[in-house]
Design a protein around this ligand. Structure first.
Ligand code: FPP
Length: 243
C-alpha cells in the first residue's frame, strides 16, 4: 500500500501543531535574503493548510511569531509584521474556495492599529467556515497564555464568581487561547532543533512529538505523510497501561 493510502486509512490528528522553523537557514542555503525565506515559509503554510484541510485535519496550529521574536533585528520584525496582510492578499481566494477558517492566538496589544484591525477582520470574515481551522499563533508565548488565564481566573475568584475548588483542568482550558479546540494530538518541529520554545506547553501534556531535520520551506506533503505515518504507529497511553 502506498504511504498516502496507508496514512489516509488510519486516524488523522484532529489537532496538529507545527513549529515553523528554518526559514532563515533555507534562505541562506539558497543565497537569498532571510526575508525571502519567510516569504517562502508563508507560501508553504498556505500549501500545508490546503493539504491538512484535504486530508481531514480539523485544526492546524502554527507558531508564526513568538513573544520573544520581537528581539530580532528591527528590519526582520518589520517584514514579519507584514506577513498577515500579504498572506490575506495572496491566499484569501484559495482559503475561501476551501472553506478554511482563520483564527489568531496570542497578544494583540503590541501590533500596529492596522494589524490589529486586520486580525479581527480576518477572523470575522472566516468565522462561519466549516473546513480546517488555521490557528495562527502570532505574538504567542505559552507563559503569557498561562499567566493571562491565571489572572482572569483570579479576578473571578476575587469577585466570588467561582470557588477555589472550581479551579480545575477544564476551567483552566476555558481560559486558554485554544478554548473550544480539540486536544492537541501531534506537534511537529522542523529544522532539526529539539526544543519546544514556549509553545503550547499546557496543551502538549499528552501530545506526541515529531522532529524532522527538513527546513520549513522544504516540509511538503510527503514529509507530512511521513510524520503522520510515524504518529499512527505510536501507542498513546495517556498515563495508563498498554492494552
Ligand atoms: C522561523 O524561521 C520562522 C519564523 C520566525 C516566521 C514564520 C512565519 C511564517 C512562515 C509565515 C507566517 C504567516 C502568517 C500568516 C503570519 P527562522 O527565521 O527562525 O529560521 P532560522 O532558524 O533558520 O533562522
Amino acid at each position: 500500500m502506498s504511504l498516502e493510502k496507508r496514512v489516509l486509512s488510519k486516524y488523522i490528528p484532529a489537532h496538529l501543531a507545527i513549529i515553523l522553523d528554518g526559514n532563515g537557514r533555507w534562505a541562506k542555503k539558497h543565497n537569498l535574503l532571510r526575508t525571502l525565506g519567510h516569504k517562502k515559509g508563508a507560501e508553504n503554510l498556505k500549501n500545508m493548510a490546503l493539504i491538512c484541510n484535504e486530508i481531514g485535519v480539523k485544526v492546524l496550529s502554527v507558531y508564526a511569531f513568538s513573544t520573544e521574536n520581537w528581539n530580532r533585528p528591527a528590519s526582520e520584525v518589520e517584514y514579519l509584521m507584514k506577513l498577515p496582510r500579504e498572506f490575506e492578499e495572496n491566499y484569501k481566494g484559495k482559503f475561501k474556495e476551501n472553506d478554511i477558517k482563520v483564527i489568531f492566538s496570542g497578544r494583540r496589544d503590541r501590533f500596529s492599529e492596522e494589524n490589529i484591525d486586520l486580525l479581527y477582520r480576518i477572523e470575522e470574515k472566516t468565522k462561519d467556515r466549516k473546513g480546517l481551522i488555521l490557528n495562527v499563533c502570532f505574538d504567542y508565548g505559552s507563559h503569557t497564555e498561562i499567566i493571562e488565564a491565571v489572572k482572569q481566573i483570579s479576578v473571578k475568584y476575587k469577585n466570588d464568581d467561582i470557588k477555589l475548588d472550581d479551579i480545575d483542568t477544564s476551567l483552566m482550558e476555558e481560559h486558554l487561547y485554544t478554548k473550544g479546540l480539540p486536544p492537541l494530538d501531534l506537534l511537529i518541529r522542523t529544522s532539526g532543533e529539539l526544543r519546544i520554545s514556549n509553545y503550547l506547553l499546557w496543551q502538549l501534556a499528552y501530545s506526541e512529538l515529531y522532529f524532522t531535520s527538513k527546513l520549513w520551506p522544504e516540509f511538503n506533503r510527503k514529509e507530512l505523510l511521513k510524520a503522520l505515518d510515524n504518529f499512527q504507529k505510536r501507542n498513546r497511553r495517556y498515563g495508563g497501561i498498554k492494552e
